[in-house]
Design a protein around this ligand. Structure first.
Ligand code: GP9
Length: 411
């Protein structure tokens, strides 16, 4: 019975979208490079500190990219591994623990495995101990050809936990140059990990002013460094002739583990309400650069990490209808009226309201905000969304904990 209910949910969701977007298949056989940025949030993107741009390279990249500025991380206790799982399997992470550790042996419809069937090479890159978050095992199960971990890199820039992002991204592009095309490359940066106190070269430093010698200041500094490393990576991809053959994606993985709403208010030059701050802590940037720079602009429709695969695969001409993805295509605007971004906490948004659950789990005790005003509104406006959010999380949990994809696939 439960299997039928779950099948029904996917079938109904499918029938509510046109299933196509204007760009379907336009970038067939392009390479895909996805960079997942450690603790990289959205609130400082495009902002200035003491007259200096915090993210000058992303700002420039945005000029010919799609920038989703109402995009949410959907992670739980599995942090970086949850972001990876959400983006590469389009299911919600678990309410406790990490899917990478608890259910690595399961069958999932993953980005590398789907692209491998289309003749792609698929590699993962992360310059740290390969056993962290059970990646050695999980990446094999997910279908990557190879996982380039710490021992594959020359540690010629020691920073934070391991190799500095600048060298990591640069050496990773070197490996990609040796890889048959088309390829899918998934990279996870690391230098900007908490507690953010990096011993940086003078040229990577910015004047932190009032935030000097604070963890918040160090955070902004480490984000600026990652932005700079990304800029160098993009330049190298352009020099090497890969840029025009590649869909390049950057998104942040999760929040920054700080409670700094007063500092954020000062950075942004205006009082940030408790609700604004809560929402900021849930938002990360998503940038997609298409090979011909098409569709550039800022997109305000809400989205989340689960939407990555359903958005990217159609660009390559891959129909996602047969896969059990819980996310939806951000470029299929016919899906907007049914769009609901559900966070692991149970919070959700449809782009007009944002619901925050209460700790006791009673619907009426949660808070519903009207996004047009930023003010609290009648909680009943969130009733339908709440039922759907609870349903989605339960479906995803059942699929994962009972390894249901092989069963769901049977006719
Ligand atoms: C380590 C890195 C950190 O490999 O991914 O993970 P986090 O602590 O941010 O979840």
């Amino acid at each position: 019975e439960r299997i039928d209910e779950i099948r029904q949910w996917f079938a109904e969701r499918e029938s509510k979208t046109s299933g196509t977007d204007a760009l379907f298949g336009r970038y067939k056989d392009s390479n895909i490079i996805v960079v997942q940025g450690e603790a990289f949030m959205n609130f400082f993107v495009g902002k200035k500190l003491n007259g200096q741009s915090l993210t000058p390279n992303l700002d420039k990249l945005m000029e010919d990219s799609l920038y989703f500025d109402n995009f949410y991380h959907q992670t739980g206790q599995g942090r970086t591994s949850d972001a990876d799982f959400s983006a590469n399997a389009s299911l919600h992470p678990l309410p406790s623990g990490s899917v990478f550790i608890r259910h690595a042996e399961n069958v999932f419809h993953t980005m590398p495995s789907i692209l491998k069937q289309q003749g792609y090479a698929a590699n993962a890159y992360h310059a740290y101990d390969g056993s962290f978050w059970n990646r050695n095992r999980m990446y094999k199960e997910m279908g990557y050809d190879r996982f380039y971990a710490e021992h594959d890199f020359e540690i010629d820039e020691r920073l934070g936990w391991s190799l500095g992002d600048r060298s990591f991204l640069n050496q990773s592009v070197g490996f990609m140059e040796q890889t048959s095309q088309p390829f899918y490359s998934f990279l996870i940066t690391l230098s900007s990990h908490h507690p953010y106190n990096l011993n940086l070269e003078e040229e990577d430093r910015i004047d932190l002013g009032e935030f000097q010698d604070s963890t918040f200041g160090n955070y902004l500094q480490s984000m600026h460094y990652l932005d700079s490393a990304l800029g160098d990576m993009v330049n190298r991809l352009k020099e090497d002739g890969l840029w025009e053959k590649t869909i390049f994606v950057f998104y942040g993985d999760h929040d920054y583990s700080l409670n700094e709403s007063a500092a954020v208010s000062r950075l942004l030059g205006g009082e940030v309400s408790a609700f604004d701050y809560e929402r900021m802590m849930a938002q990360v940037p998503l940038l997609i650069h298409l090979p011909d720079g098409a569709m550039a602009g800022t997109y305000e429709n809400p989205g989340g990490q689960l939407d990555l695969m359903p958005t990217l695969l159609p660009l390559l001409g891959i129909d996602t209808a047969d896969y059990f993805f819980m996310g939806s295509n951000l470029l299929d605007r016919s899906a907007d009226k049914n769009r609901l971004v559900v966070l692991r906490s149970g919070a959700f948004t449809d782009g007009t309201i944002y619901y925050t659950p209460s700790a006791d789990g009673v619907f009426e005790n949660g808070i519903c905000y009207d996004l047009a005003t930023g003010q609290q509104t009648d909680v009943n406006k969130a009733r339908a969304g709440y039922a759907e959010a609870v349903n989605r999380l339960a479906i995803s949990d059942d699929i994962i904990t009972r390894d249901l994809i092989p069963v769901l696939q049977q006719n």
